[in-house]
Write a protein that binds this ligand. Sequence first.
Ligand code: UDP
Ligand code: MG
Length: 327
Amino acid sequence: MYQNEKKTVSILIPAYNEQDVLELLYDRLNKIINTLNNYNFEILFINDGSKDSTLEIIKEFRKNDNRISFVNLSRNYGKETAMIAGLDYSIGDCVIIMDADLQDPPELIPQMLGYWEEGFDDIYARRKSRKGESFLKKFTSKLYYKTLENVTNIEIQKDTGDFRLLDRRCVEALKSIRESQRYTKGLFSWIGYNKKEILFDRDARAAGKTKWNYKKLIDLSIDGLTSFTTAPLRWSAIIGLLISFAGFIYMGIIIFKTILYGIDVPGYSSTMVVILFLGGIQLIFLGIIGEYLGRAFYETKGRPLYFVDSYNDKKENNLNLNKNIKE
Ligand code: UDP
Ligand code: MG
């Protein structure tokens, strides 16, 4: 096979303060891809505004290895944005998205490429086990996905992170979606195409600290729901309708009773309960409307999703941003 007939595989690795794990990652990744001689590789790091020496380490790698590229974002934007930046800059015929912390084992890459050659477009790795996670976390996440699936009518892959191989056409599809509050996990499902699942055991982080916390998790779940469905708005309307109907019936009963038995002494506590209950419901529904309004607010501003400080060693002028093409 001639050199220029080889397909290129981009490995996209978002990295935020990952200095402790990069060497390990590079070693393990190298071992695997050196056995895959039928492909050219691009290892594309997205430095998501790291405050440690992540960028310096990547630059050092690049000196000795021309397969390495990096995009240095202008600040920390979060993993979702780092991923779309990576997709924008990737040059491969397919892209494999991987965490920097080795929780996504590079050893699965050959299997993913195998399925890709068979014609699958999106080969995602599903966790067989979720060791070390509390019952509450498992339960709430199961409930959340069930609800999301029911209200959006798109199939969301369970126990699946962002570790997957995407064919170029999936990459182009994802690049064309420029919404600012991205819920990439849902977008993978939303774009469709031929999906294939492979199973793996998820290891613990090899080194360094997780950047996740419950606040981020809750934010992401709300983003997930509000970016894929307006069902909560409809629920509010229906619940409102039911309550007013009940109120209407109750009014009838009171009028009827007054006519039959005369004026009753009004109950202070029952009135309070009703006022507080309805007040609470109204605030919740206002909040729901606010969520959607907030999303609309962000989207109408139409800001670019991110700014790039430098690509490889070149300073970026960011002129092509938001057109979803690289020069
Ligand atoms: N990450 C990032 N930007 C952030 C937070 C995380 O690019 O603001 C990267 C991080 O470097 C890692 C991946 O996203 O490669 C997953 O992060 P982490 O391991 O902290 O999440 P967890 O695996 O605990 O869900
Ligand atoms: Mg991790």
